[in-house]
Design a protein around this ligand. Structure first.
Ligand code: PYC
Length: 333
C-alpha cells in the first residue's frame, strides 16, 4: 500500500452552478508551459490526457462532471487562465464553469467583489463577482452562422434548427414533439443524440468544419417569470443541468439576429431542472464577421462550493485513470 505522502495528489474545489457541477483543479495539475490557453489545451490533450480522465471519469467523477484546470494567465492583469474539459475531451468555453471558477476563486480569497478577466482557449472573457454572490459572465462574441437548416434525422424525420456559436457550437431547435421535463430525459437524450449523428452524416458543421457538439432544444418556460426552457445535450452525451451558459449565449445571438430581443433586454432561460440564468446581449462594436450580427452576451447565475478535496492516486489502482480508460467498454458509447 502506498503512503499518502508519496502518492500523486491533485487538489480540487467542487462547485455547482444552477445544478451543473464544476471540478476545478487548483494544485497538482500538469505543467503546460507558458503559451496561450489554446496552446496549453493542445499540450494537455496530447501529453496529459490521463489526468483529464483520472479527474473526470468514474470512479472519482461522473459523465456529467465538467472540470476546469486553473492556469497562470499570459497577461498578469487577468485573474487566471482556464481550460475546461469533460468526460470525452476539451471545451472551448463553458458558461456555468466560468461561474463555478469565479465562485472558487472567491472562496480561495484570490479575487474580491468586482470585475475580473479570464483567459480561455477561445479568447478572453470577463466576469463580475457581485456583492450578493451572483456572477455575471461577459462571454466571447456570439453569432448565428446558419438559419432554418433542415436535416433528416433517422426515425424522427425532418428537423429544423439554427447553427450558432456561443463559445461552443450549437444546433438550436424550437420545433420538436417533446415536453422538456426531467421525466422525459431518456427520450430527449435519444432524440438529441440522433440529431447530432445526422448533422455529422450530412456534413452540417460550424465554421471551419468544426463539429456541432451541443444540441439545444427549446420549449415554453414552466415559471411565468422566465422566457423559455431548454434541454442541452453536451459532448459526451450528458445533458446540462444548468441552462448552459454558452448555449444561452447562442440563443441570445439568434434572438437578437431575429429582432426578438433588444440590446440589454433580459432573457431568463430556464434549464431542464428549472434553474435559471438571466441573459442579455449587446451588439459587438467591432463585428468580427463579414455578415450577420455579432453579439456580446452577458449571463448571470449563482454557484456554490460543495467540496475542497485532495484526489489521491494509488500506483497500484487499476482504475486510477478512470474506469473507461482501463479497457472497460462504455455502455451506449
Ligand atoms: O454552461 O457553457 C456551459 C456548458 C457547456 C457544457 C456544459 N455547460
Amino acid at each position: 500500500m502506498t503512503g499518502v505522502t508519496s502518492m500523486k495528489q491533485i487538489r480540487v474545489i467542487d462547485s455547482h452552478t444552477a445544478g451543473e457541477p464544476t471540478r476545478t483543479i487548483i494544485q497538482g495539475g500538469p505543467d503546460l508551459g507558458t503559451g496561450s490557453m489554446l496552446q496549453r489545451k493542445q499540450k494537455f490533450a496530447q501529453q496529459f490526457d490521463a489526468i483529464r480522465t483520472a479527474v473526470t471519469l468514474e470512479p472519482r467523477g461522473s459523465d456529467i462532471l465538467v472540470c476546469a484546470l486553473l492556469q497562470e494567465p499570459v497577461d498578469p492583469t487577468c485573474a487566471a487562465g482556464v481550460i475546461f474539459f469533460n468526460n470525452v475531451g476539451y471545451l472551448g468555453m463553458c458558461g456555468h464553469g466560468t461561474i463555478g471558477v469565479a465562485q472558487t476563486l472567491f472562496h480561495l480569497g484570490r479575487i474580491s467583489i468586482g470585475t475580473h478577466r479570464l483567459e480561455t482557449p477561445v479568447g478572453e472573457v470577463s466576469f463580475e463577482y457581485q456583492a450578493d454572490g451572483r456572477v455575471t459572465v461577459q462571454n466571447v462574441p456570439s453569432f448565428r452562422t446558419a438559419q432554418k437548416v433542415m436535416v433528416e434525422v433517422p426515425e424522427y424525420g425532418l428537423v429544423c434548427g439554427d447553427v450558432a456559436w456561443g463559445g461552443n457550437w450549437f444546433f438550436l431547435i424550437d420545433q420538436h414533439p417533446f415536453r422538456l421535463e426531467l421525466a422525459e430525459a431518456d427520450s430527449l437524450i435519444r432524440f438529441t443524440q440522433s440529431v447530432k449523428r445526422a448533422l455529422i452524416a450530412n456534413h452540417i458543421t460550424g465554421d471551419n468544419q468544426q463539429e456541432i457538439d451541443h444540441i439545444e432544444l427549446f420549449g415554453p418556460a414552466h415559471d411565468a417569470r422566465n422566457q423559455g426552457r431548454n434541454f442541452v445535450l453536451c459532448p459526451g452525451n450528458a445533458y446540462d443541468r444548468s441552462p448552459c451558459g454558452t448555449g444561452t449565449s447562442a440563443k441570445v445571438a439568434c434572438l437578437m439576429a431575429d429582432g426578438k430581443l433588444e440590446p440589454n433586454q433580459v432573457w431568463r432561460q430556464e434549464s431542464i431542472i428549472g434553474s435559471v440564468f438571466a441573459a442579455t446581449g449587446i451588439l459587438a462594436e467591432v463585428p468580427s464577421r463579414d455578415a450577420g450580427i455579432v453579439v456580446i452576451p452577458r449571463i448571470t447565475g449563482n454557484a456554490y462550493v460543495t467540496a475542497d478535496a485532495q484526489l489521491l492516486f494509488h500506483e497500484d489502482d487499476p482504475f486510477q485513470y478512470g474506469i473507461y480508460s482501463a479497457g472497460i467498454p462504455k455502455p451506449n458509447a
